[in-house]
Write a protein that binds this ligand. Structure first.
Ligand code: MSP
Length: 650
């Protein structure tokens, strides 16, 4: 099987990731899903970049050890990826033992080969960027990357002979014209960094100790970028006993990175790899930034948009669709709530949603819900068919260039064309005029068009693809090559109308709802700021309760009778439970942890005397009990032996 290796950057454990952070990971996940449809064996690595002075200082501010501090944040990052259904193969932490050991070996190897040497460093250091800058590189005396203050730092340090790699790098760029994408970034690297020669790179620090120790000189820790970039090979087992993945997947097919870190990935990283006698990656793609209404998102500016409320309100598919459709991947783009809601209405509710509901409704109305046999074909049918079977090739071409937006636009051209086909053929008139043969053909072609669309959107919108296939009555897997053929749906397939896939939204109202939900999250997060410390203290002084207090809470054993998706909230289930003779409904946010099949028939523990509440419009009578660990894993509580539902817990 053809192998494909794909990475996102290894994220800094910054408090809460905003929608800009999710951009790289969402894109990588879609590439993985897309490559899989083309028959590749894909390996996808992401992770967390946990060392460095900045983290050490933040941990101190919070009264925690650096490891404790990062543990909590990394658990939150993993939770976010789970919520976004990111299908990574390895989440590497730079604090993982196996990684630490290999970094020490790499450092020693480079030192022994003479690629690293000890000397003295004097330069301008930017703490937030963890980067030393030469005087000539500063912009108005400030860090050229982030524009913040730098300070003069002098220390004994180890250096990597980066200066010797200038010509080798230029040669690699020339022989591999696609190595840096988009092309403008390649020119930037050559003109801004390589043209005038490279300086040796300082690869150790001794002014703080939160890092990987240089094994033969314990007063020094390895420079964070060497530590973090090497994750791309240590995650595959490089330098360990089990390096099967490394042998199979290296060199990486794509490192996806934001534009500000292209320099590290296309200069430092390939040079280190060359020094280790390893092949450089095949491609580094530097995508643009997502700005908030033309400004950089930042907590201090108070303009951060978090992904959670958007997903909670409108679902993962709408969020991913917007990110990849609205912005050109290589360029900066601005997030506007109105634009997001308008696209939901135009592309998802009007174009796709309408096509699904019109098609299914007409098959139900005019042919008792059965996909009919096609009969008389005319020119309109041929043009629809020709367009339909050719979209997949166009999508492939765009996806090879990581042009998500144009790939989606090609699919949507066909969605709109199919909607137009309904208007052109006017099935309701055919039904009135009793042109049954023609009507059957039209209904058949509509099901075919929709079937093809369900395959094309799958890498981008897995849930919606599944829902369309369910409504069409197709139970087989959505195989990419089947998007290139017509007449694939079996005649006699029975459609089943379901919920409207994307309801139309009232923009003015939703703007408020979205804004409030985002603000609520910002407020709750700033309330919890520094909360780690408070939490720890709280654990020490847990308030004691009396047996009478405890007796106020009624716990019972309940059997799960059914489990349905909440119609308006992506993360919630609506469960019907049997508690002895009584039946009751509870709405619960356990969808990301359990499928309905996992739950139906199980006995679980519930609180039965909780005041009823409405969760997104549906009444919930009680609460399920579950345990959750630091990594965000969740497990529902149950009893050791099987016991009747309704049994009380005391
Ligand atoms: N730790 C380094 C990467 C080391 S890789 C060996 C790092 N981490 S980061 O957390 O700051 O960034 C992670 C990714 O999020 C980067 O690709 C970055 O470009 C991306 N984004 C952060 N904010 C962003 C936007 N506002 N818009 C788009 N992507 C942005 O850099």
């Amino acid at each position: 099987m053809k192998k494909f290796y794909l990475t996102t950057p290894i994220y800094y454990p910054s408090d809460n990731l905003h929608i800009g952070h999710t951009y790289t990971t969402v894109a990588a996940d879609v590439i993985k899903k897309f490559k899989k449809t083309q028959g590749y064996d894909v390996y996808f690595v992401t992770g967390s970049d946990e060392h460095g002075q900045k983290i050490q200082e933040k941990a101190k501010e919070n009264g925690l050890t650096p490891k404790k501090y990062v543990d909590k944040i990394v658990a939150d990052i993993k939770k976010l990826w789970k919520l976004l259904e990111i299908d990574y193969d390895t989440f590497i932490r730079t604090t993982d033992d196996y990684h630490v050991k290999v970094i020490q070996d790499i450092f020693t190897k480079l030192y022994e080969k003479g690629e690293i040497y000890k000397s003295k460093y004097e330069g301008h250091y930017c703490t937030p960027c963890e980067a030393f800058w030469a005087e000539s590189q500063l912009v108005e005396g400030k860090c050229p990357d982030c524009g913040r203050e730098v300070h003069l730092a002098k220390e004994e340090a180890y250096f990597f002979k980066l200066s010797e790699y200038r010509d080798k790098l230029l040669d690699y760029y020339e022989k591999n014209p696609d190595f840096i994408q988009p092309l403008s970034r390649k020119n930037e690297m050559i003109n801004n960094f390589l043209k005038d020669g490279l300086e040796d790179l300082c690869v150790s620090r001794s002014s703080f100790d939160w890092g990987i120790q240089v094994p033969f000189d314990p007063g020094h820790v390895v420079y964070v970028w060497i530590d973090a970039l090497s994750c791309y090979i240590t995650a595959l087992g490089y330098g360990s006993e089990d390096d099967k993945n490394f042998k199979e997947f290296w060199p990486a097919d794509i490192h996806l990175v934001g534009k500000e870190i292209v320099r590290f990935h296309t200069i430092i990283w390939p040079a280190i790899l060359m020094a280790l006698d390893l092949e450089p990656p095949k491609k580094v793609f530097g995508h643009g930034w997502i700005l908030f209404e033309d400004d950089k998102m930042s907590k201090s500016k108070g303009n951060v948009i978090y992904p959670e409320p958007i997903i909670e309100l409108y679902g993962i598919d709408a969020f991913k669709y917007f990110l990849l459709r609205e912005f050109s991947f290589g360029q900066d783009g601005s997030f506007h709530r109105e634009k997001f809601l308008q696209r939901l209405n135009s592309d998802l509710a009007n174009d796709l949603g309408n096509l699904v509901s019109r098609t299914i409704t007409m098959i139900e109305k005019y042919n008792e819900g059965i996909v009919p046999k096609p009969k008389v074909q005319d020119e309109l049918d041929t043009s629809l068919k020709e367009m339909g079977v050719n979209v997949a090739d166009k999508v492939e071409e765009y996806m090879d260039k990581l042009n998500f937006s144009s790939a989606l636009e090609e699919i949507w051209k066909f969605v709109r064309r199919t909607n137009k086909y309904i208007d052109e053929t006017a099935p309701w008139i055919l039904a009135r005029e009793d042109s049954k043969d023609r009507l059957d053909t039209v209904l058949y072609n509509l099901s075919e068009g929709l079937r093809i669309i369900s395959i094309l959107i799958k890498p981008f919108m897995e849930k919606t693809s599944g829902e369309i296939r369910k409504q069409l009555g197709i139970s087989s897997e959505a195989l990419w090559d089947n998007a290139k053929v017509w007449e694939n749906i079996e005649q006699g397939t029975k459609v089943q109308r379901g919920n409207i896939i994307f309801p139309r939204l009232e923009i003015e109202k939703e703007l408020k709802v979205l804004d409030e939900a985002n603000q609520k999250l910002i407020d709750s997060r700033s309330l919890n700021k520094g909360g780690d410390k408070v939490e720890e203290e709280k654990v020490e002084k847990v308030e004691e309760i009396t047996i009478e207090d405890f007796a106020k809470v009624k716990f019972k054993v309940a059997e799960v009778l059914s489990c349905e998706n909440h119609p308006k909230a992506d993360r919630l289930y609506v469960l019907q439970l049997k508690i002895g003779e009584e039946e009751r409904q509870i709405v619960s946010g356990i969808k990301e942890y359990y499928s309905p099949e996992d739950l139906v028939g199980k006995k679980i523990i519930v609180v039965t005397n909780l005041k009823p509440a409405k969760l997104r419009g549906i009444e919930s009578n009680g609460m399920l009990l579950a345990a959750e660990d630091k990594e965000g894993n969740l497990s529902l509580l149950t009893t050791m032996e099987d016991i009747e539902s309704g049994a009380t817990i005391s």
